[in-house]
Design a protein around this ligand. Structure first.
Ligand code: FAD
Length: 455
């Protein structure tokens, strides 16, 4: 059995987003941390893929970066996004703010810059990182692991393993050989393709930089997030199969140009390399991964995408993975041994991961289908008014998920109650003037307890 915490060392598999952050957090707390990463050192070889891919960073992720003292370095690369810039087919883009003001915003950050900063931070705190080394096999009885890569192939001892090796986790596969982890992946019938809006002729952003752009089109959509170098990463989400437009009926770049001419006419001139981008970039798959167990007593535990990959529509996969890292670090501080720490971690985080996975699926419908509907906008306006009337009690759904650290499971339950209040209060109305405020206020007071520590 492994040593108890503080006397043993910790081996992390994967120096992606969660692995590098966790290595930083644990090293700062005095752990001896070794990390094995399948890819080459991105500081030497460039970040794999080469394309600009970005992520939305919100309060949960930012808080975790602060715990690792990595926030300043990371935020130098970030571009503020105040809200959604919704582009209807008929034209006339409109900004829908995410929060009340610029204290409630999310940030677009390049995956490459973020990962590089976190790798530097982990090393600066004393973690030892091995690149071009992938976990291949684990002997849990002997507490040894086979590490392969770049001509190496060796069995090494470990004290305990933490799997931060992403959705295709090798550690998870090894755990599944010795225990039933109850793995299940529900693939979404929609996939995605990444495209790019380059800088304008004078090196400026071609469209509003401080927004997440959405082109909602009922059962599919396009989004664009700004990059520091004044490009936008565009992601087109379409069904894999079915009637036009789907990836089956839009099979190549030429067909994609046809789709943009008809359905995204204002975006088309912004993406001069559309045809090439579409042909060159792979079509990504999206799914929700659930497990019945995340750990194998004190010998191994999973976190981040390795434990709970989710669809990206709430922009929370990384934020949730970062929140996992903070939670695991504090359970390791508090528990007498690894097994107790891992059990407490899983008990805390499994309901929260399930909740954000559910909300991420729901948010796809909202983004592609609802954001430009009149009833959605009326309910959104009411949400903001109720937040003013009942501070700390009525907290809009997006605010709870993105601008607070209220556990996701609590956010989900409250959001469901709040949605009912909003729907009942606006039924049959097209303006807030007709709202029965006395009835709505009474419902809020009856159905929602005040939340401590909420804004
Ligand atoms: P990863 O980032 O996948 O890192 C895993 C690491 O493990 C990699 O470096 C990999 O090389 C390494 N590895 C794999 N196998 C091995 C092995 N056998 N041995 C050693 N190393 C190994 N989240 C957000 O919060 N906001 C967003 O806006 C957002 N947008 C997204 C958009 C898209 C299209 C997608 C697909 C995801 C998005 N996400 C977003 C989710 C986010 O990308 C993931 O949740 C996040 O990357 C998870 O981090 P991780 O460290 O768990 O896994």
């Amino acid at each position: 059995m492994p040593d108890s915490p503080r006397r043993g060392s910790i081996t992390i598999i994967g120096a992606g987003l969660a692995g590098a952050l966790l290595a930083t957090l644990l090293s700062r707390r005095g752990w001896r941390v070794e990390v094995f990463e399948r890819r080459g050192d991105p500081r030497l070889s460039g970040y794999a893929g080469g394309r600009s891919i970005n992520l939305a960073l919100a309060e949960r992720g930012l808080h975790a970066l602060q715990q690792a003292a990595a926030d300043e370095a990371v935020m130098r690369h970030a571009v503020m996004m105040r809200g959604r810039m919704v582009h209807p087919l008929a034209g006339g883009a409109e900004l829908q703010r995410y929060g009340r003001d610029d204290s409630e915003v999310i940030w677009s950050i390049s995956r490459a810059d973020l990962n590089l900063e976190l790798i530097d931070a982990a090393e600066a705190e004393g973690a030892v990182l091995h690149f071009d080394r992938r976990l291949e096999e684990v002997d849990f009885d002997a507490c040894t692991m086979r590490i392969v890569g770049d001509g190496h192939d060796e069995w090494r001892p470990f004290t305990t393993l933490i799997g931060a090796d992403g959705a295709g986790s090798a550690l998870r596969a090894q755990m599944a050989r010795v225990v039933d982890i109850g793995e299940r992946t529900d693939w979404l019938d929609h996939g995605y393709k990444e495209l790019e809006i380059p800088p304008g002729p004078h090196g400026s952003f071609r469209i509003e930089p401080n927004a997440l752009h959405i082109w909602p089109r009922d059962h599919y959509m396009c989004i664009a997030l700004p990059n520091e170098e004044r490009t936008f990463t565009v992601t087109l989400f379409l069904p894999h199969e079915g009637p036009w437009p789907s990836f089956a009926t839009v099979p190549d770049g030429a067909a994609a140009v046809g789709l943009f001419e008809r359905r995204f006419p204002d975006a088309l001139p912004l993406i001069p390399m559309l045809e090439d981008d579409f042909d060159r970039n792979p079509t990504g798959m999206l799914g929700t991964l659930t497990l019945r167990r995340w750990h194998l007593d004190g010998r191994a535990v999973l976190l981040g995408d390795a434990a709970h990959a989710m669809v990206p529509f709430h922009g929370q996969g990384m934020n949730c993975a970062f929140e996992d890292c903070v939670a695991l670090a504090s359970h390791l501080d508090a528990a007498p041994d690894f097994a107790t720490a891992y059990a407490a971690f899983a008990a805390q985080r499994m309901p929260d991961a399930a909740a954000i996975q559910h909300m991420a699926l729901e948010n796809y419908i909202e983004m592609r289908d609802r954001v430009d509907d009149a009833d959605y906008r009326l309910q959104r306006a009411l949400e903001l008014r109720l937040q003013e009337r009942h501070p700390g009690r009525f907290i809009p759904h997006y605010t709870m998920v993105s601008f607070t650290r209220i556990p996701y499971s609590v956010a989900l339950t409250r959001s469901q109650v709040q949605r009912g209040i909003l729907q009942r209060a606006t039924a049959g109305l097209d303006r807030l003037d007709g709202v029965d405020w006395a009835a709505v206020d009474a419902e809020v007071l009856r159905l929602l307890e005040p939340l401590a520590a909420a804004s």
